[in-house]
Ligand binder design. Structure first.
Ligand code: GLU
Length: 373
């Protein structure tokens, strides 16, 4: 069996933290000592120049505690109102524990549609990428107060996987009250064996997933396997690890119990495959020789190098890129609607600022969204 990978091999890591780890429901408060130890792990990765993102559950559980709501199921609007209360405390806590290591936290609340609709997807991704560039740690949760049943993720395991693929993370760590994947439910079966490494999610692996018994966590093993499928098909490795220990991420690095789900692909390559293969181009950009050379050097496509634009497309649509002789150079996801793209074609950054105002970017297509033919 191949060896489990070492944490050192990853440059962009999403850590998903389950509600039951963060919130002591009986005492009605955050498990501060534990969270402080996780913050130490994050600070270590951050110091080692890794990009770290946190997907944190706990808004509903914490809101329940603050509001002193009785145990038992909540109606949708009650959960949402509890989340409104809990999210404030959650964000403040993250900001404090990371702040103790001089790390800035940035709260990002998303809904399912933000990760599905291409325009919003690009916006969410740009915001998160900018936070990472500033070396802040994005702390992400579902926007529980506005999402209706149909547009909810409902569980943060899948949200974590979507976020990880959205930012081309190479690792997603799911910390919960579960140690990893067992070949049968470990509670009733004393001989259940932990599977350290899953190379491919087969029907047998899916059959091993049981149901969570924890009161606060909605995500059982089934949603974790779903998350593993989303992550590994998009080129992100995933690991399920026990969160209840102190320094839970550090423990994975030291070979503690956990289950790795390996991806055969690399995140950027699989995204690029998706851009190259599965999207219908909605327009064409003609670019000058200088821009062709820049793209070949791995740069983004700047508005300044675009000489002609054809087609009606929206931000996030796929477009063809042609060189001065009309030959296809590649494809990419355009960062502007067609009319804006027309307005800034051939222009430099300062003109773009005048034409589009703040928020106007010189890149028409970011290099991560570009595939050369
Ligand atoms: N978004 C929910 C919360 O923060 C939790 C979903 C989950 O536990 O997976 O309370």
């Amino acid at each position: 069996m191949p060896k489990s990978p070492s944490l050192k091999n990853f440059r962009r890591i999403v850590i998903k933290v389950g509600s039951s780890l963060l919130v002591d429901s009986a005492a009605g408060r955050i498990k501060r000592a534990w969270l402080t130890s996780l913050a130490e792990d994050i600070a270590q990765l951050h110091k080692d120049k890794r990009d770290v993102l946190v997907v944190s559950s706990g808004s509903i559980a914490l809101g329940r505690a603050v509001l002193k709501l009785p145990a038992g199921p909540l109606k949708l609007e009650e959960s949402q109102a509890a989340a409104a209360v809990g999210q404030i405390a959650l964000a403040r806590t993250w900001s404090e524990v990371l702040g103790a290591h001089d790390i800035t936290a940035g709260q990002v609340l998303v809904t399912l549609s933000d990760t599905e609709e291409r325009r919003r997807y690009l916006n969410a991704r740009s915001t998160i990428n900018r936070l990472l560039k500033w070396r802040a740690v994005p702390v992400i949760n579902e926007n529980d107060t506005v999402a209706t049943t149909e547009i909810r993720f409902g569980d943060n395991d899948r949200l974590g996987a979507r976020v990880a693929t959205m930012v081309s993370a190479d690792l997603l760590i799911l910390l919960s009250d579960i140690d990893g994947l067992y070949d049968k439910p470990p509670g009733p079966n004393r001989d259940a064996r932990l599977i350290p490494l899953v190379e491919r999610i087969t029907p047998e692996i899916e059959a091993m997933a049981g149901v969570s018994h924890s009161a606060t966590a909605r995500g059982g093993m089934i949603t974790k396997i779903e998350a593993a499928k989303i992550a590994t098909t998009a080129g992100t490795h995933m690991v399920i690890a026990p969160g209840h220990v102190k320094n839970p991420v550090g423990s994975i690095g030291k070979g503690g119990v956990c289950t790795w789900f390996m991806t055969p692909a690399n995140p950027v390559t699989s995204r690029k495959k998706w851009i190259a293969g599965s999207l219908e181009p909605r327009g064409t950009l003609l670019i000058d020789a200088g821009a062709v050379a820049a793209l070949r050097r791995g740069k983004s496509l700047l508005a300044a190098g675009v000489t002609r634009i054809e087609g009606q497309f929206g931000r996030g649509d796929a477009v063809l890129i042609r060189g001065p002789d009309g030959a296809e150079i590649g494809r990419g996801l355009i960062g502007y609607d067609a009319d804006e793209a027309q307005a800034i074609r051939g222009k430099g950054s300062s003109d773009i600022l005048t034409i589009l105002g703040a928020g106007g970017r010189a890149e028409m297509i970011h290099r991560d969204d570009l595939v050369l033919g």
